[in-house]
Design a protein around this ligand. Sequence first.
Ligand SMILES: Nc1nc2c(c(=O)[nH]1)N[C@H]1C(S)=C(S)[C@@H](COP(=O)(O)OP(=O)(O)OC[C@H]3O[C@@H](n4cnc5c(=O)[nH]c(N)nc54)[C@H](O)[C@@H]3O)O[C@H]1N2
Ligand SMILES: Nc1nc2c(c(=O)[nH]1)N[C@H]1C(S)=C(S)[C@@H](COP(=O)(O)OP(=O)(O)OC[C@H]3O[C@@H](n4cnc5c(=O)[nH]c(N)nc54)[C@H](O)[C@@H]3O)O[C@H]1N2
Ligand code: SF4
Ligand SMILES: [Mo]
Length: 751
Amino acid sequence: MPADQTQQSATGIHFRTCPLCEATCGLAIEVEGDRVVRVRGDAQDPFSRGFICPKGSTLGELHHDPDRLRGPLVRRDGRLEEATWDEAFAAIEAGLGAVFEEHGRTSLALLLGNPVTHHLAPALYVGPLVRACATPNFFTASTVDQMPQHLVSGLLWGDSNVFPIPDIDRTDHLLMLGANPLVSNGSLMTAPDFPGRLKELPRRGGRLVVVDPRRSETAARADEHIFIKPGTDVFWLAALVQTLFAEGLVSLGRFEPFVAGLDEIRESVADFTPERVAPICGVDVETTRREARALAGAAAAAVYGRVGSHTVEFGTATAWMTAVLNLLTGNFDRSGGVMTSSPITSRIDDGEPGGGGYRIGRWKSRVNGHPEVNGEFPAASLAEEMETPGKGQIRAAITVATNPVRSYPNSERLDRAFAHLDFHVAFDIYVNETTRHADVILPAPSTLEEEAYELTFMVNAIRSFAKYAKPVFEREGPSEADLFARLVLVLRGEGATADPEILHDELVEEAVGALLDPARDAPGDLDRDEIMRALEALSPVEKLLDLKLRTGWQGDLFGRRSGGVSLAKLAEHPHGVDFGPMVERFPARLKTESGKFELAPQVLVEDWARVHSRLEAPLASDGLLLIGRRHLRSNNTWMHNIETLVSGRSRCTLLIHPGDAERLGLAKGAFCEVRSRVGSLRVEVETSEAMMPGVVSLPHGWGHDVAGLRMEVAARHAGVASNLLTDDGVIDRASGNAVLNGIPVEVVALA
Ligand SMILES: Nc1nc2c(c(=O)[nH]1)N[C@H]1C(S)=C(S)[C@@H](COP(=O)(O)OP(=O)(O)OC[C@H]3O[C@@H](n4cnc5c(=O)[nH]c(N)nc54)[C@H](O)[C@@H]3O)O[C@H]1N2
Ligand SMILES: Nc1nc2c(c(=O)[nH]1)N[C@H]1C(S)=C(S)[C@@H](COP(=O)(O)OP(=O)(O)OC[C@H]3O[C@@H](n4cnc5c(=O)[nH]c(N)nc54)[C@H](O)[C@@H]3O)O[C@H]1N2
Ligand code: SF4
Ligand SMILES: [Mo]
């Protein structure tokens, strides 16, 4: 059947990128009339090669889900009721206006969630929204996730958004900590078909070593699995670095002239011998030395740490040691090591190394004085900012595609804080644990009613890839870009009825202006009127995207570069276009003031004192430590209203080693109570040899058993909210990241 991308009838097969996770799989969506009848992996997608996971195949069910909101809801007499779009924006204008008048702009908080990064319109319009909010109270999922990596990237090479991506298709040795890509399908590593790529690794003679307190699905497939006590990766990585120095294995390769701070690193890790860290980490001395030698000896090796090694008390120090290991073994920016991506929507900087550097703490949070990092405050500090009276207390919130009442630590406290807000606008497709508190809910259209281009995650991709798709279905309501524009215009005081075109036009003018700015080294002899004419027939998001594509490093420069890319060109390739693997980009990508890799920046050296004092005085380790886990059929706090994904046995169980279970009198299938400093919950026990003794695991994102939700399926498969247990009183101090793994808990059998 030929691809039919016309709007008259959607019948046919539509090819587009899955927007549900970072893997960016190509989907083939079969439509009959207004129904999605089947979703398969697109075998002709050169990047994902036909791979699909169970979540992607339910995109049709998500589209047809009767609980997915089709129009706005406005709170009237305490109840969320259906309203028109105009009524919703009028309510926002009145509600926010009243709060601003009484308490000023700093009483507003803006919160962004995960899906913001997966959809085209939010990716393009979120910047203007942040500016229009004009408040320091800015929170995103980054501080319950990867903020340590942003900070380390910013400080070591001067760009907080340049991530070291393991080059898994070419590596000989991959050391992975705190990640389970066989289930998560990868994070800060866009590599669709991770299982397939993993199968190819041993065929090349490569090795995979997984470090994890649970023998995860990925660990079970690895050449070696090393158990480690939760929260202690930093000690073990420091011992690897110490071993490199002690055994003369440091080899900086081509970056020898571009590295500062080597002596400080040697000093910092000097006390972290394999012997010293062994009882802290639970890893024996020989394993540690062997791994250090393996990293140094491999033709190309990559060290990669993710959620389990970032969402811990020493998350930043862990990310630091990870980067240091890659640099000291000559594996940074080397084929088969860790490299950086080059999205075709950006230009390539091939100038001299050096730039403005990276700063944090330009402003501080009100209650506890947390420094901003990447312009954000810690998610774990949101509740205190909402509860603590005084000037600047958060009294209103705009939440965009986020469910903090389930994804941030200490859920119960945050739930109460949200209930007390004066005004709350939620941009979401469901009435869930967070949005049930909202005064206005603005639902985005179905993702199948929007243009699709993976903009954000190409920054983490192991290959440069591009795919563009028109909407599958005609929209029922306003576009997502229109909704963002109207919200921005309300916030700017231009009124609830202001025409969204005002902002659309402004953004295009701004983007073109930046392109033509002689100070910014404009590409070619571009002409404003010519550009505007070329964009004329496109939708607002298409205009902004086409501008990026045509002036990016593969762009056609509006006809000045033959064979170059434009949106129209991409549209001729419905399966997407591959632009090759990652290539060496350093030292030109160094944006530190010194033009060098700053191995030992002051912020990190100061933070290291916390780690060192824990080496001197390790915590007592007789209690249980709680970690998280993900499941292929769940997506953070949502996708639980899709029957196909939640049917069958409950996956929201407490995994515990049989030895621990016996000691505590817990039988498989029985219920237990789990208590932490901040809360408690009751959950079913599941014994598992895959757990390290002393460690228990609970998935996050569940707990749909509260009043006021409109998610019929999810309510029947409620599960429990693991963030009732995570402690907002402990954070990774350098980055502000939340601590979601390694939580001290007590587990008690229930009669
Ligand atoms: N204990 C524990 N907590 C964790 C984690 C953990 O491992 N353990 N993981 C953390 C991580 S890595 C992350 S990224 C965060 C995620 O934190 P969040 O971003 O808060 O969580 P999500 O469940 O991804 O929230 C998605 C929200 O977007 C809505 N949504 C879905 N599609 C759309 C759409 O098209 N438009 C709009 N406007 N809304 C939409 C959903 O209904 C949902 O409310 O959670 C963190 N929390
Ligand atoms: N199916 C599915 N896919 C997803 C998501 C989802 O919810 N479901 N969420 C998406 C999001 S937002 C993200 S950020 C990514 C995350 O993707 P990953 O980074 O792969 O995260 P997880 O799957 O949570 O795996 C974390 C691993 O860390 C281990 N761990 C816990 N504590 C420690 C520790 O102290 N040290 C070490 N070494 N390991 C530890 C856990 O046992 C677990 O196996 O997944 C994305 N993909
Ligand atoms: S792995 Fe991620 S991108 Fe691929 S189909 Fe599943 S949810 Fe979609
Ligand atoms: Mo995440």
